[in-house]
Design a protein around this ligand. Sequence first.
Ligand code: DC
Length: 225
Amino acid sequence: MKKIVIAVDGYSSTGKSTLAKALAKKMNYIFVDSGAMYRAITLYFLRERIDWENTAAVNNALKNISLDFEYNAEKGKSDMLLNDENVEAEIREMLVSEKVSEVAAVKEVRAFAVAQQQKMGVKKGIVMDGRDIGTTVFPNAELKIFVTADPAERVKRRFKELYEKNHNITIEDVQKNLEMRDYIDSHREVSPLRQADDAIVLDNSDLTKEEQLEKALKLVKERIN
Ligand code: DC
């Protein structure tokens, strides 16, 4: 069967990763969470106290970063490795979420991540989720899905996810973080988050995960045939 590239973009906590992961599983495709790469770079910068406004410091630091994905059979998805260390849990913490949009806006950081993402797609058979996948990483993707959801619903979903790990988190913290990231992600100079002209919008505010997947699978089948 013909293999295609599927780009899934959208704002934070719209359920992009859930959809992309489920699509990849159904299609037996590789799933790549591109946000995890920006999160791992952010974690490195925070740990090593790299000033990301200093281009020379960023370029030097990037030389010491290697990013890999390692399949975790229990979760049915890949964990993020930063220089061979599994950082999957740490990159989801608020400390990283608070800074990742700033780091992801740095031109050199984007060039570094995008080059690796493009390599992963050479053989097709891939579902990648992010902010610029349909516009910059894979502008020729056979299918581009732009996921949206009601802002209040997104806050609720994200809060539930984070509260399970940290009971000190408040709804207000989550809302502020999502609003800030939405703003920075869509206003940065390099590859801002925007819907590709040929993307199909999938609003999942009132859809179950299964309904969302069904709609997306229909689109995949149309593209493959
Ligand atoms: O998908 P996520 O929330 O884990 O992404 C974390 C941040 O990384 C997000 O706020 C913006 C950035 N990002 C990006 O700029 N481009 C991508 N392709 C993926 C994520």
